[in-house]
Write a protein that binds this ligand. Structure first.
Ligand code: ZN
Length: 420
């Protein structure tokens, strides 16, 4: 079994080999400062997995979309998903295959901002960032897969929903309000629905949150589906047999109509069930085609297939205020480094106990006898009990990087169903 150890290592990039701090315990109220950290595009090669969606591809974006034939590799996946998926180290989410073209570039004339905070001048933002950063409200910094959260708000458990992990329930004010509005909408229509399961939002200060690539800037949320028989489950694989289509569609519909959802990641197999249900329930087919990727050729769909999202959906909200204010305030924030942690091949010290041989160590740390010999310049295979050797293994390395502001994003008009 591979072990992940923390170790001081010198890596070529701006590396801060500090111990990885534990996730902060849940606390109420806004998060004052201390920014998390994440990689940027100039990161070392292994940071590629964390990269953001490609830049706006214009009308070429459609080419990257997967086929709509419904053949889905995850359909072969075992049904026994782990019950505590957030502890198994797997990656929960990927980035969409192509960015939404309607959000990629600000229109020539942006609508005038309605939130008073967006009317602040740069000088006013700078003064507040120095003297009273809390007065700027929640700021979403950087990108979802390389970002941070400033003045985040911690979601608390409520009557109609339950948090899977209260320690990772931080978001911007807008994200938390979006969720509460969606929950209220669902339970106004279905007062007897079981509690909605809400998984990770972001960490206290955003930044990397295992096992996700995104969830870094206070705008991403994992949400459970509703299952037949009023069961509340988390990370159960949704199928034609167990998905409560009516309640789950109410959830997805509320995300579309009550919030500015940038993306909703839902596995194709589940999209099929929901879209068929929505059609049968009389929803407008043309509207469904604009929002679902399944069964439409729309490269601009909000609901996208991303592998793994048959056990939960993932929503990324646009935050018109927190994104724009975060972009403008970033240069003035006292601390704008992000810390990225990742596993790399490295050497960790190990003190050999009596009876432990070099081949035992090789097995224990998933390496080879030769690699251990090379790392310690051993002429023989003999180890001395009580002596410390360097063992090649996966180690967690912390890098810090300067956070960069993304380009300005235009929040497109909400796609609403036709009235009638
Ligand atoms: Zn997610």
């Amino acid at each position: 079994m591979r072990r992940a150890l923390l170790l001081s290592l010198c890596v070529a990039c701006a590396c801060t080999p500090n111990a990885v701090p534990p996730r902060p315990a849940p606390v109420s109220g806004p998060a004052p400062q201390g920014l998390p950290v994440a990689p940027d595009a100039s990161a070392a090669p292994s940071a590629n997995a964390l990269s953001d969606p490609p830049p706006p591809a214009g009308d070429g974006a459609a080419a990257a979309n997967p086929s709509e034939d419904g053949a889905d590799p995850e359909d072969d996946a075992p049904a026994d998903a782990p019950e505590t998926p957030y502890q198994d180290g797997g990656i929960d989410d990927e980035e969409p295959d192509a960015p939404r073209a309607d959000a990629a570039a600000p229109p020539a004339a942006m609508p005038p901002p309605t939130d008073p905070l967006l009317q602040l001048s740069d000088a006013e933002i700078r003064a507040r960032a120095k003297k009273d950063p809390a007065s700027l409200g929640s700021l979403s910094l950087g990108a979802p897969a390389a970002g941070g959260l400033y003045n985040g708000v911690q979601m608390q458990n409520g009557d109609h929903y339950q948090l899977v992990d209260a320690g990772a329930s931080w978001g911007t004010r807008e994200t938390v309000d979006d969720l509460l509005r969606v929950v209220a909408k669902i339970y106004a229509q279905h007062p007897d629905a079981p509690p909605l399961s809400i998984g990770h939002l972001s960490a206290h200060h955003g930044g990397p949150l295992s096992p996700h690539r995104s969830h870094q800037s206070g705008r991403d949320v994992d949400i459970g589906y509703y299952y037949a028989g009023g069961q509340t489950a988390w990370y159960a694989r949704a199928t034609a047999d167990n998905l409560d289509r009516a309640l789950s569609w109410t959830l997805v519909r509320a995300l579309l109509t009550e919030t500015d959802a940038e993306y909703i990641f839902i596995a194709r197999s589940v999209q099929k069930l929901l879209k068929e249900h929505a059609l049968a329930a009389g929803e407008d087919p043309a509207w469904l085609d604009t929002v679902f990727q399944y069964g439409s050729a729309n490269p601009n769909a909000i609901i996208r297939h991303v592998h793994g999202h048959d056990t939960h959906l993932h929503v990324r909200f646009f935050n018109p205020v927190a994104e724009e204010l975060g972009r403008r305030a970033l240069p003035f924030l006292p601390e704008r480094k992000l810390v990225e942690r990742r596993e790399e091949e490295g050497l960790a010290p190990y003190r050999v106990h009596k009876g432990e041989t070099i081949s035992y160590l090789a097995r224990k740390f998933n390496t080879t006898v030769d690699a251990i010999r090379r790392a310690n310049r051993l002429k023989s295979q003999r180890l001395v009990a009580g002596r410390t050797y360097l063992v090649p293994q996966k180690i967690v390395v912390q890098h810090s990087r300067r956070l960069t502001a993304p380009p300005r994003v235009a929040v497109p008009p909400r796609r609403l169903p036709p009235k009638g």
